[in-house]
Design a protein around this ligand. Structure first.
Ligand code: CU
Length: 68
């Protein structure tokens, strides 16, 4: 399944890479793609728990703003 989230606080490619790495580490087998200009993060994984994504985003220091 694939879901798109809004993540605030990403200002550059380094931020995007941090979020990508955090989510990929927290969600097994996840493919994470990030669109920096719109702050959208799309996660594709067999099983996807919003709470897990939220924790990964927040632990990495960014603001989880829900699903889009
Ligand atoms: Cu940055």
């Amino acid at each position: 399944m694939s879901k798109t989230y809004k993540v605030d606080g990403m200002t550059c490619g380094g931020c995007a890479a941090s979020v990508q790495k955090a989510i990929a580490g927290a969600v097994p087998g996840a493919t994470v793609s990030i669109d920096l200009p719109t702050a959208r993060v799309t996660v594709d994984a067999a099983a996807l728990d919003d709470a897990v994504v939220r924790k990964a985003v927040e632990d990495a220091g960014f603001d989880y703003a829900g699903t889009v």
